[in-house]
Design a protein around this ligand. Structure first.
Ligand code: ZN
Length: 86
């Protein structure tokens, strides 16, 4: 078992379950997959996904990963809000 600290989110992660990537800006540092995907996310696609979900537009097929992430991000947020207002 090997632990490492993600530079971006400061989480201590288990390398067996969350394989680290080299930080694109600092090759001495590690970064978790989540943050790596975050860094690679084109913001426009991400925002488009957030907006579509926010407007109640059904999830579109064949969009980029960033779109999916944005959509899922907003969806989860709405689920949490729904839970809280019950
Ligand atoms: Zn991270």
């Amino acid at each position: 078992m090997s632990m490492y600290l993600c530079m971006e989110c400061d989480r201590l992660l288990d390398g067996d379950y969350f394989p680290p990537s080299e930080h694109p800006k600092d090759d001495m540092a590690f970064i978790c997959d989540d943050c790596m995907a975050e860094l690679e996310t084109p913001m426009a696609d991400f925002q488009q996904g957030v907006m579509d979900c926010d407007r109640g537009i059904r999830h579109k097929e064949g969009q980029s990963k960033a779109y999916d992430r944005g959509y899922g991000f907003q969806y989860e947020k709405e689920q949490r809000i729904t839970e809280q207002t019950k």
